[in-house]
Write a protein that binds this ligand. Sequence first.
Ligand SMILES: [Ca+2]
Length: 280
Amino acid sequence: MSAGLVALATVCSLNLHAQVVNGDFSAGTNGWNIVFPPSNIYPPAYGLAQLDMDGPGPLPVSQAFWVQVGDSDLLNLQQSVNLTTGVSYNFFANLAMVPHAFNADGGTITVYIGPTMLSSYSFGYVTSLTQNEYAVLSTNYTPSVSGPQTLSINFSRGFGTDADTPSDYIDNISLQAPVAPPLNIQLSGGNEVMLMPYYVASMNIEHAYLEAIGKYEPFEGVCLVDTFQMAEKRQTELSFFNEKNSARVNRQKKAPIRVMRPRSHIRIRRCDKFIAVRLF
Ligand SMILES: [Ca+2]
C-alpha cells in the first residue's frame, strides 16, 4: 500500500457543435427542405446565385440562396436541428435584398424553431434601383425541450409577384452554442511509493484528460515518493538518481496546501468527468 496518492483531477468540458448543415450553400441546397405553404397559389421563383452578402464588408462573393416571394407565393427554407434544453444557441444569417425596380415591399425574413418565432427582418420600401441592401439576423434561443426540432426560415412580402419583385438572399446560416472552454481543470500533485501504481495513476489521469480535452498532455504532478516520509532527510539522499522526480517532490513540498470544496451542486452537475483518485 502506498503512503497515499494525492491527486484530484476535475475535468469539465462542454463540447457543442454547430447544428445547421450546409448553412453557406456551398453544397447547393443539400440539407435544406424547400417548403411551399398550402396557401400558395403560385410557385415562387428561387435558386442559388453568387453574391457579396455584405457589400463593402469583409465577406467574399459566394453562393447564396435567393427567392422572389409575394403574398400568394411564399417559401420556407427548413432543416431539422437537434437541440439540448437549457443551452443558449445563437442563430445567425446574412441577408441581402437585390432590387429590380422601385417596390413597396422588399420582403420579410422570419426565423422559427418549431412554433417559436426567433427573429424577423423587413427590408421595407425599395427606394433604389441599383443599390443592394444588406442585413444580419442574429438572435439567441434557449430551447425548453431537448430533441429534434424544425428550423424554418420564412420569406414573405405583402404584394403579388411580377418582374419588379425584389430578390431576397440568405447565406451563412448558423445555429450554434458557443464551444465553452473546459469549465474547470484542477490537477494537483499525487504521490505513489510503488512503481506500478505510480505508472497506473499517471496513465489514468493522462487518459482522462485526453478523453475530456481531446489532446494528450503529460501530467507532471505525480511523484514517486512516500508521502509520510517526505520530510525525512533520507528521502532526498538519493535524489540524484531521478532529478525530475526530485524536482517534482520539491515543488510539491513548497506548494501551498488548499482544501477545495464545490460551492454549488450545479458545478458538479455540469461536469462530464469527476475523477478523485484516493485522497490520502
Ligand atoms: Ca455562401
